[in-house]
Design a protein around this ligand. Structure first.
Ligand code: ADP
Ligand code: MG
Length: 254
C-alpha cells in the first residue's frame, strides 16, 4: 500500500519540500471537497508556488539588510506636508526601477527620508524586485575593505545584482581620498544599470563639500542626478515632535 509518507518523500527528492509537508492536508481537503483530478493537480502546483514565493520574499527582505521595518501606511502625511501621498504613491508602480532612475530625498534630520526609503524598498521587494540597503558610512567601510583586499571590482559587481540600492545618509561624514574614488566607481557601475534611492541632509549646492576631490565630485553627482526624481523635504523633525509632545505631557502632569 502506498503511504502518504512515501509520496511526501518522493516530493522531497524532487525538492518540492513545501508540498511534501502539506500533502496530507491537501489530500484531506481534496477528498472532502470532491475536487476533480485536474483541480487537485492545480492545487498542488499553486501551493508549491505560493510557498516558494513567500520564502523568496522573506529571504529578499533579509538580504536587503534594512535597519528596521518602516511602512508607508505608518507614514503621517499630515505631519510631513512637503511631500504628498500622491507623489509617493506614483512611485509604487516601481517604473523608476524598470527605467533605472534614481530617487533622492533631501532634507534636514528627522523629516522621514529614511522611513520613506525603507518603505519604498520593502514595497519593491513585495513587487518582486531585489533591494539592498546600506548607510553611506557602512558602504564606505565595505568598499574600503574590499579595495584593501584587492576585491573592489568583485564587490562592485555584487551591488549590480540588486535592482535597487538604497544609500542612506550621504553627507554626514566627508569622504577621504580613497572613498571619493570608491564611491565614484560604484555610482559609475550602477549608472543607467540599476536604481538608487539616496537620502541626504545636504542640498545639491553643498554636495561637493563632502568630496575631498572635486575632480571626482562632479562626475559622481552628475550620474546620481541625471535620471533622478528629487524630493526636497522640510518641516519639523518627527523625533522632535514626539519629544515635544512628551515634554508638554510631562509639564502638564508635573
Ligand atoms: P530622516 O531620515 O529624515 O532623518 P527618519 O525617516 O529616520 O528621518 O525619521 C525619524 C523617525 O521618525 C523614524 O522613526 C520615522 O519612522 C519617524 N517618522 C518621520 N517622519 C514621519 C512621518 N511623517 N510619519 C510617521 N513617522 C515618521
Ligand atoms: Mg535618515
Amino acid at each position: 500500500m502506498l503511504s502518504i509518507e512515501q509520496v511526501a518523500q518522493a516530493f522531497r527528492s524532487l525538492k518540492f519540500n513545501n508540498l511534501a509537508s502539506s500533502l496530507e492536508g491537501l489530500l484531506k481537503q481534496a477528498e472532502k471537497q470532491q475536487v476533480s483530478y485536474l483541480q487537485f493537480a492545480a492545487s498542488l502546483a499553486e501551493k508549491e508556488l505560493a510557498l516558494r514565493q513567500e520564502r523568496r520574499l522573506l529571504l529578499n527582505k533579509r538580504k536587503a539588510e534594512f535597519p528596521g521595518v518602516k511602512r508607508l501606511e505608518e507614514f503621517d502625511f499630515q505631519h510631513q506636508t512637503t511631500i504628498t501621498k500622491r507623489q509617493i504613491n506614483q512611485l509604487l508602480d516601481f517604473q523608476f526601477i524598470d527605467n533605472r532612475e534614481n530617487i533622492v530625498f533631501i532634507g534636514p534630520p528627522g523629516v522621514g527620508k529614511t522611513h520613506l526609503a525603507i518603505a519604498l524598498g520593502i514595497g519593491a521587494i513585495e513587487a518582486g524586485y531585489s533591494v539592498f540597503f546600506t548607510s553611506m558610512l557602512a558602504l564606505n567601510e565595505s568598499l574600503e575593505l574590499a579595495e584593501m583586499k584587492g576585491q573592489l571590482k568583485k564587490r562592485l559587481s555584487e551591488f549590480g545584482k540588486y535592482d535597487l540600492i538604497i544609500i542612506d545618509e550621504l553627507g554626514y561624514l566627508p569622504f577621504n581620498q580613497q572613498s571619493n574614488f570608491n564611491f565614484f566607481q560604484l555610482i559609475h557601475s550602477l549608472y543607467e544599470f540599476r536604481s538608487i534611492i539616496m537620502t541626504t541632509n545636504k542640498e545639491f549646492s553643498h554636495w561637493n563639500e563632502f568630496f575631498s576631490d572635486q575632480n571626482v565630485a562632479v562626475p559622481t553627482i552628475d550620474r546620481i542626478i541625471h535620471h533622478a526624481q528629487i524630493f526636497m523635504m522640510g518641516g519639523e523633525s518627527y523625533r522632535l515632535k514626539n519629544n515635544l509632545q512628551q515634554q508638554r505631557l510631562n509639564n502638564t502632569v508635573g
